[in-house]
Design a protein around this ligand. Structure first.
Ligand code: NDP
Length: 281
């Protein structure tokens, strides 16, 4: 890759950011689609986001992704928000506009739904989402917008109640009782950090005995790729969708916004990311 004064620039702001697979993904897409672009990791400490955004815009960047811990502050800092960002209450993708303003989007929810659609999952019927954190909010908003009836169970019930009030949709059920609701669901989504490598896990085998045969089980955790939930769902003969597809799908809108090309989300893209994850990247 040759970088010149004409190369379009973008990057990912986070703290820490060295673990991010986004630079590998976007630079792969630049090479693959013949885009004269470059995407770099941008470590920005808490408190320095506003200054960093201003500086990157002045330096001619097209835009940035924003990740932990800056997504909510980015929401407050941008000049304009997409409907998805307003629903999610967070921004993960910013485009620097030619008029000097910043437009914030949240692509997590649309990426999640796009990934389900790519797996031929029907966006109808009742979905049960476990979790009420930042990622769960984006997922629940997108499922509601897609026409699903959404049940939400979260360890801390108040957090789920606040989320339902903010979104104006969804129904909260008790964390201890979620297996009882499975029989009437077509989709189960883990949007908690249960099962994430190094975090606490859960016994999924017993609750999944209540799942109907046609149910799809999706996990947004992608390290490990086959989470304990997905392993239990496969053992029960259920259709499963892992979290890597969401990661790829949520990145596509940013690439298109900055570089003007809609990138592929094919098997090769998946292999590239898997290689990095297996190497600990
Ligand atoms: P948050 O910290 O905002 O939320 C964490 C959620 O997990 C909360 O609902 C929390 O419940 C729940 N939780 C944590 N520990 C436990 C436990 N021991 N038992 C029950 N519930 C628990 O995190 P995010 O929403 O940002 O991220 C959640 C996961 O989603 C992460 O693992 C992340 O890797 C993944 N993710 C994947 C993406 C993808 O593209 N595939 C994109 C974004 C995130 P409580 O409210 O009670 O604390």
């Amino acid at each position: 890759m040759t970088i010149s004064g004409k190369t379009m620039l973008a990057g990912v702001i986070g703290w820490p950011v060295s673990h991010s697979r986004s630079p590998a993904l976007h630079n792969y897409w630049c090479a693959r689609h013949g885009v004269d672009g470059a995407y770099v990791p941008l470590p920005v400490a808490p408190g320095a986001l506003a200054a960093a955004l201003k500086g990157l815009m002045a330096a001619g960047f097209r835009g940035v992704n924003v990740t932990i811990p800056h997504k909510e502050e980015a929401f407050r800092l941008v000049d304009a928000l997409t409907a998805a960002a307003k629903r999610a209450g967070a921004v993960n993708t910013i485009r620097f506009e030619p008029d000097g303003t910043m437009r914030g989007d949240c692509t997590d929810g649309t990426g999640f739904v796009a990934n389900l659609e790519a797996h031929d999952c029907a966006m109808s019927g009742q979905a049960l989402v476990l979790g009420a954190g930042g990622a769960a909010r984006a997922v629940i908003a997108a499922l509601l917008d897609a026409g699903c009836d959404v049940l939400i169970a979260n360890r801390t019930r108040d957090r789920a109640e606040s989320l339902v009030a903010a979104l104006g949709g969804g129904t909260v059920i008790d964390w201890d009782r979620w297996p009882d609701a499975l029989a009437r669901c077509t989709l189960l989504v883990n949007a908690t950090s249960l099962g994430l490598a190094g975090h606490q896990d859960h016994d999924w085998t017993a609750p999944l005995r209540e799942a109907p045969a046609g149910m799809t089980v999706a996990d947004i955790v992608y390290v490990p790729l086959e989470t304990p939930l997905l392993r239990a769902a496969k053992a029960r003969g259920l259709k499963t969708v892992d979290g890597l597809g969401m990661l790829i799908q949520q990145a596509r809108a940013g690439f298109a916004a900055w570089f003007g090309t809609w990138p592929d989300a094919d098997a090769e893209t998946r292999v590239l990311l898997l290689r990095g994850l297996n190497e600990g990247g």
